[in-house]
Structures are given as structure tokens and as C-alpha cells.
Design a binder for this molecule. Structure first.
Ligand code: T4K
Length: 411
């Protein structure tokens, strides 16, 4: 059991005090759900001796996801990255595809893996999502599509992107890795564009250990994707298409179904935690919590905080180091931005010039721990530490420049 303690400034771990938490507090600790029900399902899988290849649980998981999202098709996959790759290929995207750089590297890699050039587009500094005005400026004769990412589960400007895609006859996909169970204007994310892609990675709101899915209302696209994720098999001994192996296994679907059973409780925990951070950080100038529209459905999975170093007189990286010393492992998503990672930084060394908001956000945003392993008391302590640091910027700087802090650098 993690020990929670309150402390004064002089007790901070960067000044030699004991860490506030005896165990590391991670961003992205998996939600497990009802363990007894999960074990029952796993036993049933073993009894059936049907472990993968469109098993009973995978089909049930697909049906329940499609129903929940309000789409005709859900095709479950082995992970979100393969689901993106297959969705991109099924739409026939080629040449250049416009995509934000402020995203997990998988969004860009899913294109480059198929020798499609990701053209990095800046984001709206308010929403952190791809900026449709910039999208239109980046369209060339080689552009075949746009991929929007619903960062933190908050919707892209789907209306404008749809309009641009239609006007220029481009494919439109969404990376909805963060946005399972989130809505926009009352309509579930997952039902926009030609198709949308979820991740059910261990660190995601709903996890299937590893997993992902493509959701779409397009019957032809869905049929193609089903073939593609199963080597192109249309029946025993009959291959009618080029394909790969993107299948979800039964044990993953069992985990996913168990998570769906407890979805409302998961949302309630995340919402409670997000509220605790909101109250805990209220009134600290320079620390702005990314908020969710309470009128919409949200999964509240990401507690993202923007740090304004000019106001706070401490940088995001300073705070990450202060927290790391206390065993709170905040994550710097999406530092340093895809355009600053290989191979893109070598291909486009000057990409940052066109990405001012992305460049700024990658130095300002940190994500804090939440989920079922994090209690409001723990959050109170995390906020208390941040407030202590915020009240003593000079002393924090001095302490961080001390040699004893070499072990508290963020990874
Ligand atoms: N598009 C977007 C926008 C995405 O965010 C992602 C994935 C994808 C596409 C691709 O979907 P997948 O192919 O992954 O399905 C993590 C996740 O690995 C990654 O899935 C996620 N996005 C990304 C935002 O975060 P890392 O490398 O930063 O962290 P990782 O996996 O080492 O885990 C983070 C922390 O979680 C660890 O410090 C400890 C904790 N953890 C992790 C695992 C796996 C646990 O406590 N238990 C665990 O089992 O990427």
C-alpha cells in the first residue's frame, strides 16, 4: 500500500527529505476490473480450446463496442498501431498524409512504415488538436488523406476537417487511441471520418493487455479491413486479398469485456480523480489543467497539465524532477514531438519552424497519475508537492542544481 504523507517545503525530497510515496506512482497503471469475472472468462477460453481467430469473446467484444459507439462495424485488432496501419492501407492512402506532430509516435510511424510521408501539421494551442486552418495550407497534389488525433480524448474539429476532406477529396481517419467512450455533440467519437482507430493498450482507459480496433460505418471498408487483418483469407484455403496478421486474441477480448462490464465505475473513478486535481491545483497561477466538457461523455483518462514557466518561474521539466524525487512519475507526453524523433528529424530538420504551437506544448505539458490505483488522498499529496514547489521557485532551482539530484532526472 502506498504511503501518503503531507510535508513542508523543507521536507521535499529534492532537499533530502523522504519521498512522499514509498512506491512509484505511475501514469498509465492498468485498470484490471473484476478479477473473478476475468478469471472465469479465461477458464472458459481454456475449456473451449479456442484461443484466437475470431473466437466467441472477440466477436462479443466487437459487437459490444460497435453498439456502444453506434457504428455498424468494429474490427478488433492486436494493437492500435497495427489497426492504424491497416486502416490507412484499406483507404488506399499514399503519397502524403497530413497528421499532427503532437501525438504518440505510432501515428506517424503507421504512415512511414508503408512509405507514406507524414506531413506534420501544427495544433490549436487551446485544444491541442490538429488545426484545420493549417491542414488546408499543407495540401499538395500528393496529399491523399488527413489523420486527426483526438488528443486526451477531446474531439478534433471534426466538422471543419470533414469539410476540408470532402472539398479536396481526401481520406479522413481519426486516431481515437485516447477517446474510447468519449462523445462530441452527443455523438460518440468513433463514428466520424471514414474510420476511427482505438488503442486498448495496457495503459489505456479500457485495456485488452495489448489491443486496438477500427470502427467504421462503411460496409465495404469494413469487409476489406476484416480480410486485411486475417492474411486476406475469405475461407479455408482461399486468399483473395493481401493481408497481415492483426487479429485480437481471446484472452485480450476477455480482458476487454471485463473492462466494458465495469465501464461506468472506471469513468467515475477517473472523473473523481480529475476533479481532485482540479480542486488541488485551483488558484496556482501557471498550472493549467486540461479540462473536459462535462456536457459530453469523457473518459477523463488523462490528467494533462500545462506549465507556464514565465508565470510559475519553474519549467515543466523542473516540476517533473521535483515529482520524480517524490516517486511520482509524471510523463512528458508528447515530448519532443514526432518531428523531433527519427526518422523524421533527419528527413525534415526544419519542420519545427512550421510547428510553433507544437514546439511550445511539448515543453509545457505533463501528465499526472490517475486511474483505479490512484486515490484522492494521493492526488492531494501530489498537488501539495506542486504547490510547495510553486511557492518557492528560487529554492527549487537551487536544489535542482545540487549534485545529489542526479538520480531524480526524469527518464
Ligand atoms: N496513437 C496514440 C495517440 C497513442 O497514444 C497510442 C499509444 C497509439 C496510437 C498506439 O496504440 P498501441 O499500438 O500502443 O495500442 C504508452 C503506451 O505504451 C502507448 O500505448 C500509448 N499510446 C502512449 C501514450 O503511452 P510509453 O512508452 O510512454 O509508456 P509505457 O508503455 O512504457 O507505459 C507507461 C507507464 O505505464 C509506465 O511507466 C508504467 C505503466 N505501466 C505500463 C504497462 C505497459 C504499467 O504499470 N503496467 C503495464 O503493463 O507509451
Amino acid at each position: 500500500m502506498t504511503k501518503v504523507s503531507q510535508k513542508t517545503f523543507d521536507d521535499l525530497a529534492i532537499l533530502g527529505g523522504p519521498p512522499a510515496f514509498s512506491e512509484k506512482l505511475h501514469v498509465g497503471r492498468p485498470n484490471i476490473g473484476d478479477r473473478t469475472r476475468l478469471m472465469e472468462r479465461i477458464n472458459e477460453i481454456l475449456d473451449r480450446r479456442w484461443l484466437t481467430n475470431a473466437g466467441v469473446y472477440v466477436r462479443e467484444f466487437e459487437r459490444r463496442v460497435a453498439e456502444m459507439v453506434g457504428v455498424r462495424h468494429c474490427i478488433a485488432m492486436c494493437n492500435g498501431t497495427v489497426a492504424l496501419e491497416i486502416a490507412i492501407r484499406s483507404l488506399g492512402l499514399k503519397g502524403e498524409v497530413i497528421v499532427p506532430s503532437f501525438t504518440f509516435i505510432a501515428t506517424a510511424h503507421a504512415l512511414q512504415w508503408q512509405e507514406i510521408t507524414p506531413v506534420f501539421c501544427d495544433v490549436d494551442p487551446q485544444t491541442h488538436n490538429i488545426d484545420p486552418v493549417r491542414v488546408e495550407q499543407l495540401i499538395t497534389p500528393r496529399t491523399s488523406g488527413i489523420i486527426g488525433v483526438h488528443v486526451w480524448g477531446r474531439p478534433c474539429d471534426v466538422e471543419r476537417l470533414e469539410w476540408i476532406a470532402r472539398k479536396h477529396e481526401l481520406g479522413l481517419l481519426y486516431d481515437a487511441a485516447h477517446a474510447f467512450a468519449c462523445s462530441h455533440n452527443g455523438r460518440m467519437i468513433g463514428s466520424f471520418g471514414n474510420a476511427e482507430v482505438y488503442s486498448f493498450h495496457a495503459t489505456k482507459f479500457v485495456n485488452t493487455f495489448e489491443g486496438g480496433a477500427v470502427v467504421t460505418n462503411d460496409d465495404d471498408l469494413a469487409a476489406k479491413i476484416r480480410l486485411m487483418k486475417n492474411f486476406g483469407f475469405a475461407g479455408t484455403d482461399t486468399v483473395i486479398y493481401i493481408g497481415t496478421n492483426g487479429k485480437m486474441s481471446e484472452i485480450s477480448a476477455a480482458m476487454g469485456l471485463t473492462a466494458l462490464d465495469g465501464l461506468d465505475e472506471l469513468i467515475a473513478v477517473n472523473r473523481r480523480n480529475h476533479g481532485a486535481y482540479r480542486r488541488g491545483l485551483a488558484g496556482v497561477p501557471g498550472l493549467d489543467l486540461v479540462v473536459y466538457d462535462d456536457v459530453e461523455k469523457s473518459n477523463y483518462q488523462y490528467v494533462a497539465v500545462e506549465v507556464d514557466a514565465d508565470v510559475l518561474r519553474l519549467s515543466r521539466d523542473d516540476l517533473v524532477r521535483v515529482l520524480a524525487a517524490e516517486n511520482v512519475l509524471a510523463r512528458r507526453y508528447f515530448y519532443p514531438g514526432c518531428h523531433r524523433m527519427e526518422p523524421y528529424r533527419s528527413y525534415f530538420p526544419n519542420a519545427g519552424l512550421l510547428l510553433p504551437h507544437t514546439e511550445s506544448l511539448t515543453t509545457r505539458v505533463m501528465c499526472l497519475p490517475t486511474g483505479t490505483t490512484v486515490s484522492p488522498e494521493m492526488i492531494e499529496t501530489v498537488c501539495h508537492i506542486l504547490k510547495l514547489a510553486a511557492a518557492h521557485p528560487e529554492q527549487v532551482h537551487r536544489a535542482l542544481s545540487g549534485s545529489e539530484l542526479s538520480q531524480t532526472q526524469p527518464s
